[in-house]
Write a protein that binds this ligand. Sequence first.
Ligand code: LHQ
Length: 260
Amino acid sequence: MHTHSILLEVNDNIAFITLNRPEKLNAFNREMALLLQNKLDECASSHAIRCVLIKGAGKAFCAGQDLAEVTDPNGPGMEKILSEHYNPIITRIRNMPKPVIAAVNGVAAGAGANIALACDIVVAIETASFIQAFSKIGLIPDSGGTFFLPRLIGFQRASALMMLGESITAKEAAQMGMLYKVFSTDLFEEESENIAKTVAQMPTTALAYIKHALNYSASNNLEQQLQLEDEYQQKAALTHDFKEGVEAFIQKRKPLFTGK
Ligand code: LHQ
């Protein structure tokens, strides 16, 4: 029976996306990359979805590009792999008007590591590892790695990790600032779902504005960024959730946010 390389399940306003080629450590082939784009589009447009959580099936998060496909004469070919597979995935994650969580349940290598780093909140199991594997096969980091990694951990560490292609533990990655939290093996699933549940009940539109403002902060100067904050703040103040948030505070009750 044909199994899908990407699974999507929606529960309590959370979309759980599973990278599902466990026998290949969830390495991406063309079908899987296109299917992930498709599912991300579905998540972006569905009002029932207020948070996306990406994880891997089995013991790995994702081993990056399926290297067998790269040498396959009937494969997509080098010139399509970034422009049609990974770049559209990264753009979709960054443009998604709701939080995307990477729950790194095992090794994250190559494009697999950098897809995780493009997410809004990255958490990892204590046994996970991160590898900028590209240089070891004569390639350069892609999937936004040269953009996100130096901004997350600093130029020098990013440079060393990318050139050496060494594996680092989740704990080391967290100490460097690459991710938010590391959870013990017995708590990982529950704790990462708790984060998803929390953000799925928050003011989704405001979270989208936070995300867009952070996207621009990478290239704006202070004056431009202050102006952008003003613009988004005006928009946030028009949301139903802002009204609800303030009312609930004054009435000393728990707010009920709808995301609108
Ligand atoms: C795999 C893979 C894999 C296929 C494990 N492909 N089978 C962009 C532009 C164009 C071209 C290229 O790519 C890119 C973007 C990129 O992502 S480049 C970087 C590609 N990824 C890598 O170089 C990582 C390759 N994998 C590894 O180094 C190891 O497998 C890691 C460190 C991830 C895990 O090591 P182990 O836990 O020891 O597992 P393993 O190596 O025994 O792998 C288990 C199986 O998965 C094995 O198959 P087998 O049939 O022997 O059981 C591997 O061949 C397969 N596999 N990664 N990327």
